[in-house]
Ligand binder design. Structure first.
Ligand code: E4P
Length: 214
């Protein structure tokens, strides 16, 4: 199972990387825009902190521009994964980048047919958005199960990375569906470590230790 934190915030990335349990960092244009810094400079700084993969999305809307940006991005950091938006242009760009050996992810995937075409185009990862589907009242889990089953049945080796995760329970749910990877916001990652009984237990251990005066 691969685990990623979905942020471009340097403080959060340093803290998350120091846990020593991540395969890398994922970003998207909204997350990058929030930091208010030049794109390349920010991604390069992230690359200098993260020992694993750095995922970075193109903002061009046509295949030619996407391929151009992908080539650029893949020179910024050693283990770049270029994110392409789902759609005809993203599919065209993915097919071309697969020939060049640039690692890619098809993002903004909301249906099984989309995921199948992305795999046919040769992307390394596909990102179904669990939380955003659940927000609409549909079942994100059913849709991700559909992708995992379709990939197994059709023999695709494209990895499924569940995105848009809202809490620790959803992480468990998608892992039980058989996804290969999960990305989540920093607060969700941190909340996976917490449990009130752990805090109560630790306080008690420390108090007993102090009271014993050993
Ligand atoms: C995936 O790569 C996206 O960046 C992300 O998971 C979106 O999540 P959100 O719905 O919490 O914005």
């Amino acid at each position: 199972m691969e685990l990623y934190v979905d942020t471009a915030n340097i403080g959060q990335i340093k803290e998350a990387v120091s846990l020593g349990i991540l395969e890398g960092v994922t970003t998207n244009p909204s997350i990058v825009a929030r930091e208010g810094r030049p794109f390349k400079e920010l991604i390069q700084e992230i690359g200098s902190i993260v020992p694993g993969k750095v995922w970075c999305e193109v903002v061009a809307t046509e295949a030619e521009g996407m391929v151009h940006e992908a080539r650029e991005i893949s020179t910024w950091v050693p283990r770049a994964v270029v994110k392409l938006p789902m759609g005809a242009e993203g599919i065209k760009a993915a097919s071309r980048l697969a020939q060049e050996g640039i690692e890619t992810n098809m993002t903004l995937v909301y249906s099984v047919p989309q995921a199948i075409l992305a795999a046919k185009a040769g992307v390394n990862y596909v990102s179904p958005y669990l939380g955003r589907v659940d927000d609409t009242g549909w079942s994100g889990a059913d849709f991700i199960r559909g992708i995992v089953n379709a990939y197994r049945m059709l023999g695709f080796d494209t990895k499924v990375i569940a995105a848009s995760i809202r809490g620790p329970r959803q992480v468990l749910d998608v892992l039980q569906l058989g996804v290969d990877a999960v990305t989540m916001a920093y607060p969700v990652l941190m909340s996976m470590m917490r449990h009130p009984m752990t805090d109560i237990g630790l306080q008690q251990f420390l108090k007993d230790w102090e009271d014993a005066g050993l």
